[in-house]
Design a protein around this ligand. Structure first.
Ligand code: BGC
Length: 678
């Protein structure tokens, strides 16, 4: 097939003409072939493993229409050897749209180098509750943040002519019950809380959508005509194709095709022959097949006819530049939660002996072992990272923490201690039937032996830093007051150990901010049931719920310390025809350079309807040298102030006084506030 200029690609008219030409030449069987993956069992037997190749579907050899070739993410391309990035939740903590686009580009290049063209790894499900096993695969609890980072990833991926998939559409926020749970939700909550991030990604030109396993309002999402046909395809004008999630994403031939599911993955179970029979029996109009086949070949042709911006040779896979990028992301993702007496950064010349302790200190621990598991061996553990950094200057004493008497002796002879605790793929992750691992978390805090370890070490040495590993919020009330320093390190990818050392010793000034709220008490969270058959998703969760209930989180959404301090002043706002533009002066008032993430929330105190106290509507990363000040502006589109009126079935912007909050976290103490009329 002839290639066309990448920036432009085929125009819509040219593309449609080409697709029409093909559709008229295709047989019914060829059209049906577009609507399924080419099977999985044969590859599993051949490879004796999952995810070691890109899995094909669609394509017509006779007409030279290429197949789509699917591979998973989002931690990187899961095929062996690929760069293992920090998990999406960590990337959410960077609040860095440009950086996430760079990650997308690296992933796009590696997909192509592996021979794939479809990346099934833009996971943007909303974190409703930190127990959700797959929390690590998404970017946090806030729809706006999810939308901004999801669009960045897909933009990067698609630059390299790889079709991106956003998943799992929609309401997929419980893992263990994912195949059966029915989510009840009112229209405002659906539109304002659980769908905006999907809509942002569709507006950005996302090529494909993966439907979720769970049900919404009694109907499986893969059959859900309201979600797929009405909202996605009709209202949002989505032109790409919808493919099912893999194991039980489609349960019924007619349900799927009438519901708007274009492609069954990964094999022909309910489509293929059964779909052909349904057409012959007059139960399914052939126009639906034409529409689905057209969507698949249109999308595949759109991406495969564009000229590539570069070559994609195998040496791109896990290449040095991508590994360095992974390190940079890890450095920008770690969140300094507590740092009493400025214990950190450690002074390399003052600390002679450092104890590195804990079950996770020397473990290759990059996250879950389900479909997002990037098979990469070159992982720097925290202990390796710290040892490399320390070189000959510091004596490192390591213990896995299993014997407290040994630990006590070891810590007594050290100048400071770093304790690395938290979760692994055994505690949280994708739940794969028959293989017992992952799934939703049972506890939201640390294990009792880890808490004991923290307490024992802290009694001997007050100079201890707790490094937490996990995919979302960890409750810390039992021990957080007995330690001076806490770092939330997430699952930090193949270079996480290096990044951690760079932060501990001050080579890097931490800049990450929480993409989730960390509660003091599980009672401050919405109801969660990992085995639910039915659940209702309410309008409030995360910081909007805590604002509503007026309860203080342990650490608020958007919070993160630095080795320097920032000051905000002079908040102003003006309106234009379609936006509000806020400006504020941010200063670095400490003695080292850093990067501050300024956040803008809109407040609705004067609303005539029930609305959150405030919601995130903008943010900006600001690099600042010591004593430097910058006046920055953040724009909010007026359409992003709207609420969804279920009676008029439309988005409405209230004519009232809005509050603008700008500052360093979602806590009222950290925000400046002014009011503005539209
Ligand atoms: C997961 C998807 C994944 C698919 C293919 C499913 O079980 O839910 O996220 O893309 O498997 O591996």
């Amino acid at each position: 097939m002839e290639k066309v200029d990448n920036a432009k690609g085929l125009s819509d008219i040219e593309l449609n003409e080409l697709v029409n030409r093909y559709i008229t030449q295709m047989t019914l069987d060829e059209k049906l072939d577009q609507m399924s993956g080419n099977g999985i069992l044969k590859y599993l037997i051949k490879d004796r493993n999952f995810g070691v190749r890109a899995y094909p579907g669609g394509g017509v050899e006779r007409l030279k229409i290429p197949p789509f070739l699917f591979t998973d993410g989002p931690r990187g391309v899961i095929i062996p050897g690929s760069t293992c990035f920090p998990v999406s939740m960590a990337r959410g903590a960077t609040w860095d749209i440009d950086l996430e686009e760079e990650v997308g580009e690296a992933i796009g290049k590696e997909v192509r180098a592996h021979g794939g063209n479809l990346f099934g790894g833009v996971c943007i499900n909303l974190l409703r509750h930190p127990a959700w096993g797959r929390a690590q695969e998404t970017y946090g609890e806030d729809p706006f943040l999810l939308g901004m980072l999801g669009t960045a990833l897909l933009r990067g991926v698609q630059k390299h002519n790889v079709m991106a998939t956003i998943k799992h559409y929609a309401l997929n926020s419980i893992e263990d019950a994912r195949f059966k749970v029915n989510v009840e939700i009112d229209e405002r909550t659906l539109r304002e809380v659980y769908l905006p991030h999907f809509k942002y990604c569709i507006e950005q030109g996302c090529a494909t959508v993966m439907s979720a396993y769970n049900k919404m309002r009694g109907e499986y999402c893969g059959h859900n005509a309201y979600l797929l046909r009405e909202i996605l395809k009709k209202e949002w004008g989505f032109k790409g194709f919808v493919h099912s999630d893999w194991m039980w994403g489609l349960r019924d031939t007619i349900g799927g095709i009438t519901g708007g599911l274009d492609v069954e993955m990964p094999r022909k179970k309910y489509y293929g022959k059964k779909l052909k029979r349904a057409i012959r029996n007059g139960k399914v109009p052939v126009e639906l097949i034409d529409d689905a086949a057209r969507r698949v070949i249109r999308t595949v042709l759109k991406f495969t006819t564009r000229e590539d911006p570069q070559e994609y040779t195998k040496d791109l896979i896990g290449c040095e530049n991508h590994v360095l990028l992974s390190r940079k992301v890890a450095e920008k993702s770690m969140v300094l939660l507590k740092n009493d007496r400025n214990l950190l950064p450690f002074d390399k010349h003052k600390i002679k002996t450092l104890a590195v302790i804990g079950p996770l200190a020397n473990l290759k621990n990059t996250g879950d072992h389900g479909s997002s598991y990037v098979k990469q061996n070159k992982i720097i553990t925290p202990l390796q990272g710290i040892k490399r950094f320390s070189g000959e200057y510091i004596n490192i004493l390591y213990h896995d923490g299993s014997d407290l008497e040994d630990v006590k002796n070891l810590v007594a002879s050290a100048d400071a201690a770093v304790i690395i605790v938290g979760y692994t793929y055994k505690d949280e992750g994708e739940s794969i039937p028959l293989i017992k691992r992952g799934g939703d978390r049972i506890n939201l805090g640390l294990k009792s032996e880890e808490i004991e370890l923290i307490k024992v070490v802290s009694e001997i040495k007050f100079n201890s830093v707790i490094v937490l590993v996990g995919g979302s919020a960890i409750i810390m009330e039992e021990w957080k007051n007995v330690v001076p320093s806490i770092i939330m390190a997430w699952y930090s990818g193949m270079e996480g150990g290096t990044a951690l050392a760079n932060i501990l010793f001050g080579k890097v000034n931490p800049s990450g901010k929480l993409p989730v709220s960390i509660p003091k008490d599980p009672a401050d969270l919405p109801f969660f049931d990992r085995n639910a058959d039915e659940i209702e998703y309410g309008y409030y969760h995360g910081y909007t719920l805590m604002d509503k209930k007026k309860c203080e989180p342990a650490f608020p959404f958007g919070f993160g310390l630095s080795y320097t301090n920032y000051n905000y002043k002079n908040l102003q706002a003006k309106t234009t025809v379609d936006s509000i533009i806020a400006s504020v002066t941010v200063s670095n008032i400490g003695s080292i350079a850093g990067e501050e993430i300024a956040q803008l929330y809109i407040g609705f105190e004067n609303s005539a309807v029930d609305r959150p106290l405030k919601i995130l509507r903008g943010f900006k990363k600001i690099p600042l040298e010591p004593d430097e000040s910058k006046t920055i502006s953040i724009e909010v589109k007026k359409k992003d102030l709207a609420w969804y009126n279920p009676e008029t079935k439309s988005w409405e912007i209230e004519d009232m006084k809005y509050s603008i909050y700008v500052g360093s976290s979602s806590s009222a103490n950290d925000l400046l506030k002014i009011d503005i009329n539209l």
